[in-house]
Every structure is written in structure tokens, then in C-alpha cells.
Design a protein around this ligand. Sequence first.
Ligand code: AMP
Ligand code: MN
Ligand code: MN
Length: 330
Amino acid sequence: MERPMIEHKDRSATTHEVVAELRRRSAFVMVSHVKPDGDTLGAGLALGLALRAIGKRVAYFQQDPVPRNLRFLPDADQVSRAVPADLPGDALWVFCDMSDASRAGEFLPPIDHANTLNIDHHLANSRFAGLNYILETECSTGTCVLRILRALGATITPEIATCLLTTIMTDTGGFMHSNTTPQVLRESAELIELGANKEEITSQVFANKRFAAVCLLGAALGGMRLDDVGRYCYSVVDEVMLAACKADGEDTEEIIQHLRAVEGVEVAALFKAFDGEVRVSLRSTGHVNVQSAAGRLGGGGHFRAAGLTFVGTVPAALAAVHEALRAEGL
Ligand code: AMP
Ligand code: MN
Ligand code: MN
């Protein structure tokens, strides 16, 4: 069989080029990022479901387990760290919602560059793949996938619609962030008309909090700090707090939005010091570019939502992040 070739391109691939590549391939592996969220997982599942419906073989790779609040997604039980041994040589590895391939973690087998597709909406995507479909103005990777599905002429089933609406609701914070454009609302309405189960997404992703999560929220809010001028609010969650609440990393999700919601605050940060690393989440109300700040410390993200993993102690992380934020105009 003739081996399809895709060249590295500095520009983003067109939707047409992506569709042509999908049609050429017989097998796919959808790859989501570490500490998966509803966008990386929902985008991969939506595309995977659509490709399976047209007779393609699809597997799902994700280093970390599916978070509890996303297990309701169709086919979420097929996602794992194990890759099928009998994949054809021309399987296309589709990285969803990653500014860099390293965000997929450390357990990927070696992959031929020509067999990679990168679908994403982050600022400063490193364009690591053979084919890069990067739409920075999209609210989610899921809406990038929606463009592809439309061009492919795929039937958007209720299952696919639920996956796509989950990506939108995750990355717009339930239609609250500034990326909630009229277009996003129109597309969400269409997805609901196509059968997306908005009630289930709302209850699974946004309600349904474990007692442990609310306990941890209380502990994190109890320890929050405000800088001298009231523009920077931050808190730390460590192993001791997790143990006291019988909580785990998944229970930290909602904390940062409360820090950003404090009146006058322009940047919020949550320092997650457990599992042997210090991961930092950053959120901005729009004045400070937290993607640039995170980028100074090896991380990335979006203008108003970014993250990084800090190598060092919590006090060192606090100092370095504050410094990076100041450099970006905090
Ligand atoms: P989080 O605070 O984990 O919800 O992440 C917010 C945004 O920052 C998401 O778009 C992530 O993809 C991005 N992000 C988080 N951590 C990292 C990291 N270590 N490197 C690059 N981007 C990150
Ligand atoms: Mn993501
Ligand atoms: Mn995203």
C-alpha cells in the first residue's frame, strides 16, 4: 500500500487538507493530554466516534485515567494508556488540545512524524505534528473538530453532540468565560438540537461535587492570600490538605475560579503541591496575559487560563510565578 506522506507546514492545515488525510487513513489513535479535561477527551471521543461510523479503526490513548466527572462520556471506557499491538503502520495519531506533544506525557511509543495530526486552539502551539490544525480563535478543541466533521460530511449523532458540547462547556466555564461568543452559543444550540445531553453534562461536570472536593475547597479558601494591592489572589493545596479531606487531584478543579472571582483581582493562581510536583494553574480577568507568564516558566495555555509545572519547592514556585506575572504587567 502506498504510504501517505504529510509534510511539516508552518501554516495551519486547511480543514480540507485534514479531511483528505482522515479519508486516506484506515486507523487512528486519539491522544489526550495529561490530567485530562472535558475538551481534550471530548474532542478525541467525538472525532473517534465519527471516524468509526465511517468504518475506520479507532483507539484512544491517554496517560492518566479518565476523571470521575467525565466517565459518563460515550466510549470513555475505551480510553487507556495501553496502545493496541496490532495497529497498522499508517495509523494516524491525533493529538487533541495540546500546545506541545510533551503534554501527552511519557508513555507514548515512538511515532513517525508523518503519522501525527495536531488539533488545537492554544496560543503559541509548537506545531509539533506532521499536520497542524490550529484555530486559536476557537473556544475549544471540540469546535475545531466540529469544523472537521462538517467538512467530512459526518452525521453528528446525539453521542457526538454530547462530546462536543462537553468540550464547549468545559472550556467556556459553562458559558461564562469571555470566549463565549454568539457563534459559540449558536453552535451549542445546534448541538442540543442534535441531541446533546446538556442536563447530564451540567450535572456530571458542574454539579455532583464529592464531599471531599467541597472540603478541600474550604481548606484552600481558608488559606488564600491577597497581594498588597488586591490584584493577585492565590492559594496552595498540598498533600496534608488532600489527606485531611480524603481528596485527590481531581477535587482541585473548581478552586481557582473562586480566587479569580474576588473583587478587584486580576490574576488568580493555585499551587498544587502533590504527586511529587508543583503544578500551577493561572487565571486572568483579561488585563494580564497568563499564557505569556506561564510560558516564561515552561508552561502554556491561553490569555486568560494557563498552567505550568514548576521544578522546585513551593516557596520558590510562589516567588517565580509572582515574578513572571509582574513581568507581564501585574
Ligand atoms: P489548568 O489550570 O490545568 O486548567 O490549565 C489551564 C490551561 O493551561 C489549559 O489550556 C492547559 O492546557 C494549559 N496548561 C496547563 N498546564 C500546562 C503545562 N504544564 N504546560 C503547558 N500548558 C499547560
Ligand atoms: Mn485541555
Ligand atoms: Mn481546550
